[in-house]
Design a protein around this ligand. Structure first.
Ligand code: ZN
Length: 495
């Protein structure tokens, strides 16, 4: 009798809900079926990798918020750009030759005598091609026992190989990334795009590195440097060209299915004046274009200059945030593993990115467990709603941090918001779907948490609010379609 009346109450509620055009259904049978399907995939000791791959390839993933443009392009496409640019590839060093007179001299030789090959000839020579893929990406790194570079050096050195063509054919590159995103049900990418313009100033370098400089003196020096840069016509023209370049490069990228936004980046191992001018250029560019939605700092964090100047960089950001408070920061911070640097170096990077620079998102946040103020960092990120961008493939490859040693366990436990992202999917040759496969198989989250991770990638995007709402409504639709497909797949299997 009680059961009957409660069922009646549920029916009545459903009728009330149905009478309102905006009310969501109380329970969604397809969502429940999808949750059961997913729970079965992560049950047991052995991950059902193939089935999880199918699941996450189909699942809408919202956005990819930690994404490097040049690191996302595959070596295969860079090779095609070598020919488009009229360069060749040295078959000993695997570096791109950009000197046109050298290229012409090589082309004049008989094919068998050439030391520098066209992209097409590189692809045609199986041995050279295979070796090139191994140098320009992480391909085959774990497949053979030959002597090889340490993985972090292997990773960071790839950029030196393809850099001569990385900034060419950008619109084609972006359209490739867009098409790839659409095919794996990703609707938004926020890419760390191109190096911001800079201008060196040796006098500023000496001043900024003066031992014992207090914060007041530093701020005065930064204010003076900013005033000089504000008046530098050539520098401002470079910034305008950068902004115009983003506009031109992004032609035909945005449409109803896909949206891309851009972050200029600063290289942390440059000199202080180069870093500061890059920051200034990035903040100015963000103010000039709605396509440029934030600023990032990148480069190997364990490099000598990166470590020496880390605290200085965070203070530079703090100063510029007072001038450009509306510009958001997503900062690579704490991408360090035990042993990369002496332990003192692992104590404060996330802390300062958060509390000195004022980052709205933390990239990687790997050294959390080693940081002096870890409990306060956790609390601040949770309370201020600052997410960490998790890049499992990249962290595993570059830093050797994975599974129980990855701080995602801590971020999840203490309810720090997080997003799942790719980092450099062209260099490490994976997809956003694969990141979710690793996430699910290693940490066994429930379906609700997986879904929340996907929505988080829009929630924490540096998008304009109306774009965010549009993409969120689109994600609702995509999830409804996905869940109906998974429910139908299971119904078919049960027949
Ligand atoms: Zn990154």
């Amino acid at each position: 009798m009680i059961r009957q009346s409660s069922r009646f109450a549920v029916m009545a509620l459903a009728l009330v809900a149905g009478s309102s055009a905006h009310a969501a259904p109380k329970s969604n049978p397809n969502e429940a079926a999808t949750a059961r399907h997913f729970a079965a995939l992560i049950a047991g000791a052995e991950p059902k990798t193939a089935e999880l791959t199918l699941f996450f390839s189909q699942m809408p993933k919202g956005g990819d918020l930690h994404h490097h443009y040049s690191g996302a392009i595959y070596a295969e496409q860079f090779i095609s750009w070598v020919d488009k640019q009229g360069y060749c590839i040295n078959k000993q060093s695997y570096r791109i030759e950009t000197d046109k007179s050298v290229v012409a001299a090589e082309r004049a030789k008989a094919a068998a005598d050439r030391a520098c090959l066209s992209g097409a000839d590189t692809v045609a020579d199986d041995g050279v091609y295979r070796e090139l893929l191994q140098r320009w990406s992480s391909k085959d790194f774990y497949n053979h026992g030959a002597l090889q570079a340490p993985p972090d050096r292997q990773f960071f050195s790839t950029f030196g190989y393809f850099n001569p063509v990385a900034d060419s054919n950008t619109n084609e590159g972006l359209l490739t990334l867009k098409q790839r995103a659409i095919e794996e049900n990703v609707s938004y990418i926020e890419t760390v795009f191109k190096l911001a313009p800079f201008t060196p100033d040796p006098a500023f370098d000496t001043l900024a590195l003066k031992p014992g400089m207090d914060d007041g003196a530093l701020d005065a020096a930064l204010r003076a440097a900013l005033a000089t840069l504000d008046k530098d016509a050539a520098f401002n023209a470079q910034i305008k060209a950068y902004v115009d370049g983003v506009q031109a490069d992004s032609a035909q990228v945005d449409d109803a299915r896909f949206t891309m936004r851009y972050q200029p980046y600063v290289l942390r191992f440059f000199s202080p004046s180069m870093v500061f001018s890059q920051m200034v250029a990035s903040f100015k560019a963000a103010r000039q274009s709605p396509l440029i939605v934030g600023v990032n700092i990148v480069g190997q964090e364990s490099a000598n200059v990166s470590m020496r100047d880390y605290a200085l960089h965070m203070k530079m950001f703090r100063f510029l945030k007072t001038v450009y408070p509306e510009v958001k920061l997503s900062l690579h911070a704490g991408e360090l593993a035990l042993g990369d640097v002496p332990p003192e170096g692992l104590r404060f990077h996330i802390d300062q990115a958060l509390n000195v620079a004022g980052a709205s998102r933390i990239g990687h946040g790997l050294d959390l467990a080693h940081e002096t103020n870890a409990p306060a960092i956790i609390k601040a990120m949770r309370e201020r709603d600052v997410p960490v961008e998790i890049n499992l493939t990249s962290n595993g490859f570059i830093s050797g941090i994975k599974e129980g040693n990855h701080p995602l366990a801590i971020y999840r436990k203490y309810k720090v918001p997080y997003v799942i992202a790719t980092d450099d999917a062209g260099v490490t040759r994976h997809t956003l779907a694969q990141e979710y496969v690793l996430f699910a198989s290693r940490y066994k989250p429930g379906y609700a948490e997986v879904k929340k991770a996907a929505y988080n990638s829009l929630r924490y995007a540096f998008l304009a609010e109306q774009d965010k709402q549009r993409l969120k409504a689109d994600l609702d639709q995509r999830f409804a379609t996905f869940e109906s497909r998974i429910a139908a797949l299971d119904a078919a299997a049960a027949r």
